[in-house]
Design a binder for this molecule. Structure first.
Ligand SMILES: [Zn+2]
Ligand SMILES: [Zn+2]
Length: 400
């Protein structure tokens, strides 16, 4: 499944920086780019690096953000501006910084460039590792996110006349901002698989959030119990995503690949390995080919283990999108390990994977009503499948 890949890259994207000590360091995206490059992925003949990019205009932003919010970000962005805690700016999660409007608009512009490449068919797939700011709301900043680059790109695609867009968010946190922006829009199906909102930010993403009247079944949430590992995560994905997306028949697939589901991530408590994350990217890639003639816009997202996790996860993502997946048992290039050692004074990962083997058990083989994960999957299926013309479940299997 090889097609043209647009890899969006602009050195100025590193300006999206809340300062030292903040978890969303631009270093993580820079290291992901570096590892991807050192692996030779960007040299493949079907991969085109696209950039520099233009920032999203205020008109682009205003498709999903309120004008007064954009104005507040612009005010907060001026050098030396006072901290204004309205609109979620100037908080611990979203500190203000000089130039924050321009830096945030550039991230949105990069995801717009990815959407343009796929819409115009200049590329089959497009990847923007700096994108994925899924918590930004129409009228306020939240969870490290100022402008919602994903929402901006989806709204632009709708304006071009795309009739149905599928959005799948595999970040460990609920994709609340994107869900809110299209909750009442039957043209966009948002799906998010995330750790239990009772124990993790942002505290939303329950199965009963199914979409507003007229759009029921186009907002889908899968709650994963804390501690869910590769096989359970993939079982949940397989039990919900392919069937629901197939029923929806999207023309373009947009996906957010936050890699904070990893067991080393300091901000959350799922237990995925690089192999599990890689398997999720392969599934999304296959779904894009199967359902959308390959049209796929992929962005980054969360991920706070900057050295051991983010670079490898997103190098795999980009390699899969390039049609040249990397074996998880292969070594990390010495150029990358050497850089980590000399610049960060610590060893980097040695292999491209964590050494895990995964064998998810298919939902169709039966489920266990005493298992919290299975109960969770069932709740989601029961909440939305009927709205999509699908059966939530024919015959439950009791344990024993
Ligand atoms: Zn492909
Ligand atoms: Zn996250």
């Amino acid at each position: 499944m090889t097609g043209q890949l647009s890899f969006i890259w602009d050195e100025r994207l590193r300006a999206y920086d809340f300062g030292s000590g903040h978890p969303l360091s631009p270093l993580r995206v820079r290291l992901a780019h570096q590892l991807t490059r050192d692996l030779g992925v960007l040299d493949l003949s079907n991969v085109e690096t696209v950039g520099p990019v233009s920032p999203a205009s205020n008109a682009d932003l205003a498709r999903v953000h309120l004008p007064e919010y954009i104005a507040a970000v612009e005010r907060a962005s001026a050098p030396g501006a006072r901290i204004d805690p309205s609109h979620g700016i100037g908080t611990e999660d979203v500190p203000r910084f000089d130039g924050m409007h321009e830096a945030s608009a550039l991230v949105a512009g990069a995801t717009l460039a990815a959407a343009r490449a796929v819409y115009s068919k200049s590329s089959l797939h497009a990847v923007n590792l700096a994108g994925g700011l899924h918590h930004a709301m129409p009228g306020y900043a939240s969870g490290f996110c100022v402008y919602n680059d994903i929402g901006v790109a989806i709204a632009w695609l709708l304006e071009q006349g795309v009739r149905r867009i599928g959005y799948v968010d595999v970040d460990v946190h609920h994709g609340d901002g994107v869900q809110a922006m299209f909750f009442d829009d039957p043209r966009v199906m948002t799906m998010s698989l995330h750790e239990d909102p009772r124990v993790l930010f942002p505290g939303s993403g329950y199965p009963d959030e199914i979409g507003a009247p007229g759009a029921e079944g186009t907002s889908i949430n899968v709650v994963l119990p804390a501690g869910t590992r590769d096989a359970g995560w993939l079982r949940a994905f397989d039990a919900v995503v392919p069937e629901a997306l197939s029923a929806f028949e999207p023309e373009i697939l947009v996906t957010q690949q936050g890699c904070d589901t990893h067991y080393l991530d300091p901000l959350a408590d799922l237990g995925l390995s690089i192999e599990g994350q890689r398997a999720s990217y392969q599934r999304l890639h296959a779904l894009a080919h199967h359902l959308c003639d390959g049209r796929w816009v992929a962005v980054g997202g969360g991920g706070y283990e900057w050295v051991d996790v983010v670079p490898r996860a997103w190098a795999h993502l980009t390699a899969i999108a390039a049609g040249s997946p990397i074996d998880p048992d292969s070594p990390v290039p010495e150029s990358f390990s050497g850089y980590i050692k000399s610049h960060l004074g610590r060893p980097g990962p040695e292999l491209m994977g964590d050494g895990y083997e995964i064998e998810p058990v298919a939902w169709t083989q039966g489920y266990d009503l005493l298992d919290p994960l299975d109960m969770s999957i069932l709740r989601t299926r029961e909440a939305v499948f009927g709205h999509l013309g699908l059966a939530a479940d024919p015959c439950p299997l009791w344990p024993g």
